[in-house]
Design a binder for this molecule. Structure first.
Ligand code: SF4
Length: 247
């Protein structure tokens, strides 16, 4: 990778030593390549409205989206809105969501979430970050997922994949999710944030894995300062690539 150094010779405050302008340009080039590579990148949770997405996102902690999608049709048929969820039978909810793991704690979160939506927001999911993060079980990541995908409010969703990929790209060296959110957000126009998040998460799930990134099969290898951290042999790397969501 060619790294454009800072003309003043001063510390440019980017993780790679690039100028901020060079970093922004490289980040946007990588983003364009990744958008072309993952044209179908999207939220992999199934949902029909903000309530369903909020519940599905709470359930998605420590499990795969496929597992969540396996239980939500039953859950939403039984509890179609916040009022129904607030009045739900605990044991029944536990039984339905059991396959997603941590089902007792998640049931507790869902019942409290339903109650809070009814008590404070008239049973509706609020469309503001500052309100969403006051809900039980809802952190900034969940709030951004809901805002970006159910309300069309741009947001960077910093999950484990996005954080790792952004650091490997040299876009940031922050590890705190909020700091990563701000660092990545500063490189792109606001309107691009939600789709960028999907694309980065797809890349982390399919190619730039935590343990064995498939560098030899990576579309942004030429632009990535971490090339070589994973398998570089093209045939071996191709075998590491996942083609769909993790079951
Ligand atoms: S080159 Fe390797 S480390 Fe860099 S983004 Fe691709 S898979 Fe990840």
């Amino acid at each position: 990778m060619s790294v454009e150094s800072h003309p003043s010779g001063a510390d440019p405050q980017t993780p790679t030593g690039e100028t901020p302008l060079a970093l922004t340009r490289r980040a946007r080039r990588m983003s364009r390549v990744l958008h072309e590579h993952y044209p179908d990148a999207r939220c992999e949770l199934d949902f029909a409205d903000a309530y369903q997405l909020l519940v599905a996102t709470v359930l998605s902690a420590q499990t795969t989206d496929v597992r969540v999608n396996g239980v939500t049709p039953t859950l939403f048929a039984r509890y179609p809105d916040a009022r129904a969820l607030a009045a739900a039978d605990r044991t029944e909810v536990e039984t339905i969501i059991q396959p997603t793991g941590f089902f007792r704690a998640k049931t507790e979160s869902l019942l409290k979430l339903g109650a809070a939506l009814v008590e404070r927001f008239g049973g509706q999911v609020p469309g503001r970050l500052s309100d969403l993060v006051t809900l039980p079980g809802v952190g900034r990541k969940t709030a951004n997922v809901v805002l970006g995908n159910a309300f069309d409010v741009p947001g960077i969703t910093v999950d484990t994949h996005l954080g790792r990929v952004a650091r490997r790209f040299g876009w940031t060296d922050e590890t705190d999710p909020v700091a990563v959110e701000h660092a990545v957000g500063a490189l792109f126009p606001r309107r691009d944030w939600t789709q960028l998040s999907h694309v980065l998460i797809f890349h982390g799930r399919r190619i730039c894995h935590a343990r064995k990134p498939a560098c030899g099969a990576c579309p942004v290898a030429r632009l990535c300062p971490s090339y070589g951290e994973g398998e570089t042999d093209p045939a071996a790397a191709a075998r590491l690539v996942r083609t769909g969501p993790r079951a």
